[in-house]
Design a protein around this ligand. Sequence first.
Ligand code: FES
Ligand code: FE2
Length: 347
Amino acid sequence: MKNIKSDIKKSIMITKDFYLSESSYKNVINKVFNNSWQLITDTKSLGKIKQYPFYFLSNSINEPMILIKQNDIKCISNVCTHRAHLLVNNNCNKKNIKCKYHGRTFNLDGSLNHAPGFEDLENFPSKEDNLIDFDLLKWENFIFCGINPIINLQPIFDDINKRLPAFKFRELNYDKNNSQTFILNAHWALYCENYLEGFHVPFVHKGLNQDINYDTYETILLENGVLQIANSSKKHESIDKTDNIYAFYYWLFPNLMINIYHWGISINIIEPINKSKTKIKFLSYPLEGKSQPKNSHSSLDKVELEDQEVVLNVQNGIQSKSYSGVKFSPKYEQGLQHFHSILSKYL
Ligand code: FES
Ligand SMILES: [Fe+2]
């Protein structure tokens, strides 16, 4: 990460080793994703479920966790403190947690309740016999968890709430039918980089380009994030009283995208599977009484596939011996530069 300078006019991209080497990939998982917040679900989707097991970044870090809902929501380990059997396999509403292996039970706050066979052990139980807590953060209805989440997302949430004070985030509902998961044979960062510039819009998204005003496309750098604002080229339904804005595209370091439209929001979670394979979770959250527009020249599923195609092309191109790295466009690629400079802080 030596080539990253703060002055975009002098900078060149990180070396291609970053995208191709196994050790660079592992380094990013350890030093970036391990320190990140990940969006898990939202309070409405959780509903009345008391125990919600999941894996934190299931293909890379793979940490078993459980969301526990009582009066409040917390996140605890899903691994038994005896000999590491997994505790909860499916969503359930039980009042305690029982290990199937040797019958140890835990209260919903993670404290050990009963441990058959350990009656004679001295100094037992101790703190280590309880299920550990993981950090949890709520923004609006969204629930984030982390292992060691030192990457602060609050500046971005503050920016969203400041720009869109009346947007009814609490009225968003997860729409399963318009949500989908993609597996893309490309490095996760290439997908993010493509997202972080509107430079490609007139070339790649001919339909979308008719709907937005490319000349006024704006990129705003935030602490641990980037906001891109696309103005509408025609009269457009306003987003929380903003004037003629087509979309606010927020990227939250390292792998979350929150796109805000007049009809609701869409979210992309970019999960690394390995150094050349990535899972993209596309989640649709329309506002009450609205729905995600479909079947148009600029609909999100069309734009998504156009993006994936260019990212796949870059994945193949970046492996070429002829390619060594490019310079950023100072006019259009500040978002990428910002991504790389945040990355370099953690690597
Ligand atoms: S592993 Fe859970 S009780 Fe033994
Ligand atoms: Fe795009």
